[in-house]
Design a protein around this ligand. Structure first.
Ligand SMILES: [Zn+2]
Length: 146
């Protein structure tokens, strides 16, 4: 959000949770209490991609797949990969030589967790990029008023 220095009247960015706290002005270096500026719209602009599922058919990638869709995809992947790990483990236990069974029991959960970490990292990266795009739009919207 944007706040204004009471000493030098300069506008600068502050975290919304800092309202009421004293921070150092980036313009004049004096201590200033963070206040909300009613003349600035501090709300984050709505996601233009609208319905998350429709963004999947946007092959130009000018719109973003919404975080809610990513959440659903992650839940689906979590379930599918868990089921796959269980089915795979049962199959290997039935078919592998008996000496291999303890290794199968040990390695299958590790493999599943490693896969989940990789997928999770990918999702978090995509979310971070999405949030950056949202923040960039918020800054653009606010700075346009100068
Ligand atoms: Zn100042």
């Amino acid at each position: 959000m944007i706040t204004k220095c009471s000493h030098c009247s300069q506008y600068f960015y502050a975290q919304p949770e800092d309202v009421g706290k004293t921070i150092t002005c980036r313009g004049c270096g004096k201590d200033v209490v963070v206040t909300r500026q009613p003349d600035f719209d501090n709300s984050i602009p709505p996601v233009t991609s609208g319905d998350g599922c429709m963004a999947l058919f946007d092959f130009k990638f000018c719109k973003f797949v919404s975080p809610s869709l990513m959440r659903i995809l992650y839940i689906i992947w979590f379930g599918v990969s868990l089921l796959g790990a269980i089915v795979g483990m049962i199959y290997l236990i039935k078919n592998a030589p008996s000496i291999m069974i303890p290794i199968v029991i040990m390695l299958t959960p590790i493999a599943w967790i490693l896969n989940l970490i990789v997928v999770r990292t990918g999702f978090e990266l995509a979310m971070a990029i999405f949030n950056m795009e949202r923040l960039a739009r918020q800054i653009e919207k606010n700075t346009r008023r100068y």
